[in-house]
Design a protein. Structure first.
Length: 97
């Protein structure tokens, strides 16, 4: 069984400009600031993190028109930043503002 699905809420941050691949496909890199309270081993824990994210296609253009600090909920999957890196990036497939 293989499962790679992430759902995260937070605020848009560090929005790069939309760029285009040589094939003309829009891509945007951004990050999501997340803050929540989670239960771990029976204890409440405050979680704060910044998650690197990217979107491709029409979704990239839509995100590029938004402003930083805007609340959102995203759904996507994790993948390595590139072939030579083990750093993870959230590839966003859905976003709700």
């Amino acid at each position: 069984m293989s499962c790679n699905r992430v759902e995260l809420s937070g605020k848009l941050a560090a929005l790069d400009a939309v760029r285009y691949t040589p094939a003309g496909i829009p891509v945007i890199n951004f990050s999501i600031l997340h803050q929540s309270s989670q239960i771990e081993s029976g204890m409440e824990r405050l979680v704060q993190c910044e998650v690197a994210a990217m979107a491709v296609g029409p979704l990239a253009e839509m995100i590029g028109k938004r402003r930083a600090e805007q609340e959102c909920r995203v759904v996507g999957f994790l993948a390595a930043r590139n072939r030579k890196s083990s750093q993870l990036v959230l590839h966003v497939n859905e976003i709700r503002f």
